[in-house]
Design a protein. Structure first.
Length: 525
């Protein structure tokens, strides 16, 4: 907390931006940086920003009092701070790039405003975070920390497959995979160790449950939760690639548990500002996935639809103000009378050789927002805006992995009832036929070189492809080639059963682009 003397003697603060935009870290962190600068200027501070991306608002000539167009590296940032001599530095709004500098700057005697460098490390350090969760009575998937391939194989066997593997201090789910067998673990560790990553690799038990996300604003004593977002897709798909619904649909008991655990964790972490917490619901119980004491990519979306100026409030909390004095109350903020659905947008047609199969590593390059008085209409609006074609007829090809087969008949029936012609690879077709639906068997390439799934896509008979695979890192795998051909032929390809079910529900709904309603969120009661 800043003392009154500090607030008057030195009115200079430096804000770190997010550096170059790339998949996993985009304009949402630029939004946060800019909103922070504006809040600080409104409070009477002189603000300098360090960022080296000319395509962002934070580097506009009139955003901050001074702009340092320098790389966000330890030495470059330290050089600027030696010139500026600010009373503190804000690292929480620049995404992973800025937050990684916290420990170094703290070691150099630089004051980190808001959540301390130690608290940031507490959230990232596996052992320290697990100890904290145990102390607070918060459940989390079983996990271990490893450094070598042998340790990784032993850990995976101990935890039991499937497991989620990721490096510490991960950005945008980079280098995260779900390993389903020892071959996946070996391949992953070879890639990670070859890249020379210094931090340990985290291995967690993969639980396929409902994922949800919470953003909290904390002043060290009280916590405000603007909203809880529920993902359409189950765990295993990066939060940036998932369709998210606000407000989430939970029973009262579970909602209270989410609010209480989030509040306890935000306070225990010593948060001053924002913290993003991701949970999963598995067998009707709540488990924490991770907590990030910084701005998240959901902040612009949630700020807009909840009408809580999250960055401004977080900035004021960083400087010592109490949330209870800011006019928005504490605890869970009131729910609106409408639903808001965030749908990701992808650029696979411009990213050559990238597998379109979604997983723990983020691949989306943007997002759209659908707002309506019902969840169904908001989802329809969002999927239309994201570029999904709402075909009411045509062919649909199913080629899903073994573990998805039990859910395939129910999904296929939705499209069959809509009047679609069903096509499926051999195993999929047999599963659909057993449920009493007619389906055309389609050979894989290795089964029939002249008449197969690829030639079917070339024929123009198919308007949707549903393709999931147990392993998508191998570019020569037939499933990867199938999905790439769908991109080249401009055919919508769904790589998660939950997304396919959401699309089928939208197609079966009475909504069209002509009859959707307009919602005025500025006058919501």
């Amino acid at each position: 907390m800043l003392t009154d003397e500090e607030k008057t003697s030195n009115k200079k603060i430096v804000v770190l931006g997010s550096g170059p935009i790339r998949i996993g870290q985009g304009i949402e962190f630029d939004y946060a940086s800019v909103q922070c600068v504006r809040a600080l200027k409104k409070l009477g501070y002189e603000v300098a920003i360090i960022n080296n991306n000319p395509e962002t608002v934070s580097t506009d000539f009139d955003t901050a009092d001074r702009l340092y167009f320098e790389p966000l590296t330890p030495q470059d940032v330290l050089n600027v701070l030696k010139v500026e001599k600010p009373l503190g530095v804000v690292v929480a709004f620049g995404g992973g790039t800025a937050i990684k500098l916290a420990k170094y700057l703290d070691s150099q005697g630089i004051r980190i405003l808001g959540t301390s460098a130690d608290a940031i490390d507490l959230a990232e350090d596996r052992e320290r975070f697990e100890e904290l969760c145990e102390k607070l009575g918060i459940k989390r998937p079983r996990g271990l920390t490893v450094f070598t391939e042998v340790e990784a194989l032993e850990a995976a066997e101990k935890i039991t497959y499937p497991v989620l593997m990721r490096p510490s201090y991960v950005l945008g789910g980079q280098n995260m995979i779900i390993a389903r067998n020892s071959a996946d673990v070996k391949e992953y560790m070879k890639i990670i160790l070859g890249a020379g990553i210094e931090n340990p690799v985290l291995i967690d038990k993969y639980m396929e449950g409902t994922e949800l996300e919470v953003d909290c604003i904390c002043d060290g004593k009280n916590v405000l939760i603007p909203g809880i977002m529920e993902h359409i897709e189950r765990t295993g798909i990066h939060s940036g690639d998932s369709i998210a619904v606000y407000p989430g649909n939970f029973n009262k008991e579970l909602e209270e548990k989410i609010v209480n655990q989030s509040t306890d964790l935000a306070l225990a972490l010593g948060t001053k500002g924002l913290v993003n917490i991701q949970y999963l619901i598995w067998q009707n119980d709540l488990y924490i996935i991770e907590a990030n004491p910084r701005s998240s990519r959901t902040v612009p979306y949630l700020s807009k639809v909840s009408k809580v100026p999250m960055i401004e409030l977080a900035t004021r909390a960083m400087l010592g103000e109490q949330i209870s004095d800011m006019g928005f109350g504490t605890g869970l903020f009131r729910k609106p009378s409408y639903y808001a659905v965030k749908v990701p947008v992808f650029s696979f047609e411009k990213l050559m050789d990238v597998d379109t199969h979604l997983g723990p590593e983020m691949k989306s390059t943007g997002e759209v927002l659908g707002i309506a008085t019902t969840r169904e209409e908001a989802l329809y609006k969002g999927m239309c805006a994201a570029g999904w074609r709402m075909y009411k007829e045509g062919g649909i090809l199913f080629s899903v992995r073994q573990s998805d087969l039990p859910e395939l008949p129910a999904l296929a029936k939705k499209f069959y009832d809509l009047g679609f012609t069903l096509y499926a690879t051999t195993g999929n077709a047999a599963t659909i036929e057993r449920s009493g639906m007619p389906v055309t068997h389609v050979a894989k390439v290795h089964e029939n070189y002249n008449d197969n799934v690829m030639t079917l896509l070339e024929s123009g008979k198919v308007v949707y492809v549903v393709s999931t695979s147990a392993k998508g890192r191998d570019p020569v795998a037939e499933s990867v080639k199938l999905r790439r051909l769908a991109v080249e032929r401009d055919i919508d390809c769904l790589t998660a059963l939950d997304t396919a079910n959401a699309l089928a529900d939208c197609l079966a709904s009475p909504f069209t682009l002509e009859n959707t309603s307009v919602v005025d969120i500025n006058h919501d009661l």
